[in-house]
Design a protein around this ligand. Structure first.
Ligand SMILES: *Cc1c(COP(=O)(O)O)cnc(C)c1O
Length: 397
């Protein structure tokens, strides 16, 4: 495709695919040449209601005409509405709003340090996170992100982080000291390739956190907002965290992150401890309120569960046919398919071939196809993806 603009003034941090998408509706996107794509990326787990959902469009139109922004120095009713919606549907008691995932993680790190300092002692500022985790790219979030390829070249790292293998309860137990303030985990690791921990893991970590008086912080940035079939992924684990962090799907594509805090740490932040100019402004709060009410009112969670199960079943059928498919895993519509790179030399080719079939999918860790479609897709859309995967896989072996 001939692009209208080149990227010579854009910082070289991405290597974008040269398609120019200009319009979206539901699970579909159109490029400038009029080609229609089925979008199984959805902004990477952002557009959970699909593109231009009428309820979200209506809410932001109405809000933009009325009031886009005022400072948090003033009362923002829409922010109170979205905070109440989140707290009524979760363990949360208090919310702080930021503008992205990493920024909300930064707030969580500050909260954890102050929790340790004020409730345990001045050295109790250490935080445990998991190998392969992803919590964002800013200084604190990057230190929490235990991936050498992300941290390398940007040291010295924010101190106080300790890393343990993901899914390993004993490793958590061994890493905890009297100076541990918190443990930050993803309920399912997203960027690391849809790694689902054993069922006993989160309850086990919960127990350790209780015994040692440390905060269990769940990074639900990718798993939250219905992605795994419940509004928040922790709901299915039988436990509640002390803190959770939201972003991605929270405001339907408008930049918003949230720190959601339960009883154990609800009083840790006091005026002056943290702030954000844009966080939770009337505009994004209106978008988020429309997103969460639509998810709850329109049977989105049930659909996600049902279609997700069907999708995994169908992907497992493909696995029987192609032995380079190592594993199919995931929950709801957060699904990964791990490929054997001994057979599939370059998994990027599969993503490229799928795009030629007018289907957008994504690749993580060079070998795991990741599927994060809008939660409104149905079996028909899944069948389309399966048929194309079958064709593309047949071509490459
Ligand atoms: C995307 C993501 C982040 C970072 O969010 P940004 O908005 O890109 O800063 C953090 N944690 C998880 C689990 C994510 O998926």
């Amino acid at each position: 495709m001939n692009l209208k603009y080149d990227y010579h003034n854009i910082m070289n941090t991405y290597s974008p695919i040269s398609i120019e998408l200009e319009r979206g509706e539901g699970p579909y996107l159109w490029d400038v040449e009029g080609d229609k794509y089925l979008d199984f990326v959805a902004g990477i787990a952002v557009m959970n209601l699909g593109h231009s959902h009428p309820k979200v469009v209506e809410a932001v139109k109405e809000q933009a005409e009325r009031l886009v922004h005022v400072s948090n120095l003033y009362y923002i009713p829409k922010q109170a509405v979205i905070a109440e919606l989140i707290c009524d549907t979760s363990f949360g008691e208090k919310c702080f709003f930021a503008n992205s995932g990493a920024e909300a993680i930064e707030a969580a790190i500050k909260l954890a340090r102050k929790f340790g300092l004020t409730k345990k002692g001045e050295d109790a500022i250490e935080i445990i996170t998991a190998d392969g985790s992803f919590h964002g790219r800013t200084m604190g979030a990057m230190a929490a992100t235990a991936q050498p390829k992300i941290q390398s070249g940007f040291g010295p790292l924010t101190p106080g982080f300790h890393y343990v293998p993901y899914g390993d309860l004993q490793a958590v137990e061994e890493a905890v000291t009297e100076n541990t303030a918190a443990i930050i985990l993803e309920p399912i690791q997203g960027e690391n390739g849809i790694i689902v921990p054993p069922e006993y893991y989160l309850p086990g970590v919960r127990e350790i956190a209780n015994t040692e008086n440390i905060l269990l912080i769940l990074d639900e940035i990718q798993t939250g907002m219905g992605r795994t079939g419940t509004l928040f992924a922790y709901e299915d684990s039988g436990i509640e965290p002390d803190v959770m962090v939201l972003a991605k799907g929270l405001a339907g594509g408008f930049p918003m992150g949230a720190l959601v805090v339960g009883k154990k740490a609800a009083d840790v932040f006091t005026p002056g401890d943290h702030a954000s100019t844009f966080g939770g402004n009337p505009f994004v709060s209106a978008a988020a309120a429309a997103v969460i009410t639509t998810i709850l009112e329109e049977g989105i969670l049930n659909n996600c569960k049902k279609v997700g199960e069907y999708f995994i079943e169908q992907l497992k059928e493909l696995q029987k046919k192609f032995d380079f498919i190592k594993e199919v895993r995931g929950k709801g519509l957060l699904i990964g398919m791990e490929l054997d790179l001994k057979t599939v030399k370059d998994a990027k080719l599969i993503v490229d071939e799928m795009r030629l079939e007018k289907i957008l999918i994504n690749l993580v860790q060079n070998r795991i196809l990741r599927f994060t479609p809008p939660l409104i897709v149905n079996k028909y859309h899944v069948d389309e993806v399966i048929t194309s995967l079958d064709d593309v896989f047949s071509k490459i072996v």
